[in-house]
Write a protein that binds this ligand. Structure first.
Ligand SMILES: O=C(O)CCC(=O)C(=O)O
Length: 280
């Protein structure tokens, strides 16, 4: 379905991130963005705390996870087959499930997102995950652009960075990677999607503009991954997946491949996803 230039796959394999330009036409992007705006407003619109009253983690962004579950009109975007197929081709996977989606809305005055790798925050193995980072207005250095350390996904684990400041467990030994390259900052054009691997070190700049940086992410994992550690995670504990068990079920349905007309049912009887800002 997607014609993905082989050079983009090579770039992703080499750098651990890649910008795919002209992915969305602006009409679709506007519709997609307006659905996510509404979903974020429903979740956190009544939060009247000032920036200073929020935790350091929350000062980086308003984070709303699993919006696909309670916003039926979002499903056709979250489970869009062009996105899923592109992610699958970049990762080299034959089938992907959704780990979770999330809006990351960095408000004016929002602080930087601290440098980190995603995978150590997630009790899933092996490290076969890819994030589609979708900026509805593009991204700018002043407005919260992301920077990635090229090739860091091939170095293994960098010093563990718990940006949530909530995990008591320090799951992995520290490795200092003196060979790690400086971050390469990406100003993503409107309509593009930036994909990154779960081991790529990345961070985002503060938002010094007067408009919110509106970003929606879809995190996919290769079908067949298992729960690798006991620490609580909504994608696992809501559906009773234990250590060593394969991750499958209605909270983490197959995202690709599936028929365009076949959108997953929202999970029922599994509790609601965290409403905001809890464990990446
Ligand atoms: O958008 C941000 O501020 C951070 C993004 C990020 O850490 C991610 O998508 O994994």
């Amino acid at each position: 379905m997607t014609v993905l230039d082989a050079s983009l796959i090579q770039t992703f394999q080499r750098d651990g991130f890649v910008v795919v330009e002209d992915f969305f036409d602006f009409h679709d992007l506007d519709l997609f963005g307006s659905i996510v705006d509404r979903a974020v407003k429903n979740r956190v619109g009544s939060d009247s705390r000032s920036m200073a009253e929020k935790s350091l983690y929350e000062q980086s962004f308003q984070q709303c996870m699993n919006l696909w579950e309670d916003n039926t009109d979002l499903k056709k975007f979250t489970f869009g087959q062009k996105l899923g197929e592109t992610a699958g081709l970049l990762l080299g996977a034959e089938a992907l499930r959704i780990w979770h989606d999330q809006a990351l809305y960095k408000e004016p005055g929002g602080r930087e997102t601290d440098p980190h790798q995603d995978w150590p925050l997630w009790p899933i193995g092996p490290a076969r995950q890819i994030t589609a980072w979708i900026p509805f207005d593009g991204s700018t250095l002043k407005g919260g652009a992301v920077g990635y350390s090229p090739g860091s996904h091939r170095l293994g684990l960098a010093k563990f960075s718990d940006i949530t400041r909530e995990l008591t467990e320090q799951p992995y030994p520290y490795f200092d990677h003196s060979e790690m390259k400086d971050l390469s900052w990406v100003e993503a054009p409107r309509g593009s999607v930036v994909f990154h691997h779960s081991l790529t070190v990345h961070q985002a700049k503060a938002n010094t503009t007067d408009t919110t940086r509106r970003v929606y992410c879809i995190i996919y994992f290769e079908d067949g991954c298992i729960r690798s550690r006991p620490h609580w995670h909504q994608s696992l504990d809501r559906q009773g997946i234990e250590d060593g068990q394969r991750i499958e079920g209605p909270v983490t349905p197959v995202a690709w491949p599936r028929l365009t007309s076949d959108l997953p049912e929202s999970p029922s009887g599994m509790g609601t996803p965290p409403q905001t800002g809890f464990r990446y």
